[in-house]
Design a protein around this ligand. Structure first.
Ligand code: UD1
Length: 422
């Protein structure tokens, strides 16, 4: 298993270019199940999760090839409608194949995703929504077994705003007979990009980008191309890294969409960082003094839960106490004990982390537990005095393309080495 070795305390300077959004790709790729033909998905990031989705779609008979950042998908031949446990256990987003498969083929057999390192992540809303569209869904030996003649439009209200459930039901509704209303739909940019892709495939969707989606089902869709939107979480991670880099740090985060990063820009500003935004870039200067700023995660356009761990790492060096609340995932605090090993002073009660800022962090060996936790440990390691080893970085490879190369180009001392086994 690989590890990262970091010599902290260096300012970050230069330009880093953001990759395509993991969570957008993981929705666009299964959408290709909805129509036979050849698709071209540009700006697809090279990530382990994209490789996992590729393997899953290949196991169903699709042909996929990634050349640089363009993913070619040929969905002309689909041999089966099954997502086996071996793929789904690696990545929960595999559940995204469920909606398209039932809508187009009237059947699907998809392994139930398990929990996550930080707690349960149910799929009840996905199943309730698909049932409302007329799918008959049974749970058999750990599998979701779904059948339908043709789905029929329905009114659906999600009790909780869910990215995955909105995406899944949206992909099913585009081929249903009649009109579907999705109330309290997720408004995350990745859902907007999925909806726009579906429209380019011939779907009829109103209210894109809002919490109220109206879908007029069509009989069939056709293949189309798409360009994956920039990864706002990767961009946000580099923005926080720059702000943490101290005086002398100045980073331009290029190829991003600042409109998707509004909540973070405000919070960084509150913390005393200098942030300049252009049409497709954000520039952040590091600061000597970090002001403590409370943050609470919320659905888009609120502060993203996927930046919660990185924000806690930032606040660990603030000149005062702050609280960071996760209202989306109550147990997503696995990074806290590891950050404390680096000298941070953070305690967690229920879903609230209280971060007592310390003047400096010190390098140590720490363990990655999940994707965003790993990112927070890297940020803390970069800001810490001395040597930090971040073990089990395979979590990072799920969602950050070449993070060490991008950080090296900014002047960071970070190398990938073979780590010890556990
Ligand atoms: C997606 C993102 C993930 C991000 C999350 C929240 C992808 C591939 N992943 O995950 O990076 O952290 O959005 O922004 O896009 N819930 C239920 N029942 C359900 C579904 C969800 O109770 O059937 C709850 C969840 O437990 C959570 C909340 O709804 O508390 C939001 O989760 P959701 O938006 O569904 O997250 P994902 O789509 O899994």
């Amino acid at each position: 298993m690989d590890k990262f070795v970091i010599q902290g305390g260096r300012p970050l300077r230069g330009t880093v270019t953001v990759s395509g959004a993991k969570n957008a790709s993981l929705a666009l790729m299964p959408a290709t199940l909805l129509a036979p033909g050849r698709f071209m998905l540009r700006n697809t990031p090279k990530l382990r999760d994209v490789a996992t989705m590729t393997r899953l779609l290949e196991s169903m008979g699709l042909a996929l090839e990634q050349k640089d950042h363009t993913l070619f998908v040929d969905s002309s031949h689909i041999a089966n409608q099954e997502a086996p446990y071996e793929h789904v256990k690696k990545m929960r987003a595999s559940i995204y194949v469920l909606g398209p498969l039932i809508a187009r083929f009237g059947r699907a057999r998809v392994s139930l995703p398990g929990g996550c390192a930080w707690g349960p992540r149910p799929v009840n809303l996905h199943l309730e929504g698909l049932r409302k569209l007329g799918a008959q869904i049974d749970l058999e030996s750990g599998y979701i077994v779904a059948k339908a003649a043709r789905l029929a439009g329905a009114r659906i209200l999600f009790d909780i705003s869910s990215v995955g459930a909105t995406g899944n039901v949206l992909m099913a509704a585009v081929l249903a007979k009649g009109t579907t209303l999705i109330e309290n739909a997720a408004m995350e940019p990745e859902i907007t990009s999925l909806a726009e892709f579906l429209v380019s495939m011939g779907a009829k969707i109103d209210g894109i980008g809002t919490a109220h989606l109206e879908i007029e089902g069509v009989d069939d869709l056709h293949a189309a191309d798409a360009t994956t939107i920039p990864d706002r979480i990767e961009a946000g991670t580099f923005m926080i890294a720059a702000a943490m880099g101290g005086k002398g740090s100045n980073v331009r985060i290029a190829g991003c969409n600042p409109k998707h990063l509004g909540a973070l820009v405000v919070k960084l500003d509150d913390a005393g960082a200098t942030v300049r935004t252009g049409s497709d870039y954000v520039e952040v200067d590091g600061q000597e003094e970090i002001r403590p700023v409370n943050a609470a995660t919320a659905i888009y356009p609120g502060f993203p839960t996927d930046l919660q761990a990185q924000w806690i790492a930032f606040m660990a060096r603030a000149n005062g106490t702050s609280t960071v609340t996760d209202t989306i995932y109550f147990d997503r605090f696995m990074h806290v004990p590891e950050l404390n090993r680096l000298g941070a002073n953070i305690s967690v009660k229920e879903n609230i982390a209280t971060v007592v800022g310390v003047p400096g962090l010190r390098g140590a060996k720490v363990m990655s537990t999940d994707l965003r936790a790993s990112a927070s440990l890297i940020l803390a390691g970069l800001a810490a005095e001395g040597r930090t080893e971040v073990l089990r970085v395979y979590h990072l490879d799920r969602g950050y393309e070449s993070i060490e190369k991008k950080l090296q180009a900014l002047g960071a001392s970070i190398t990938r080495e073979r780590g010890e086994e556990f």
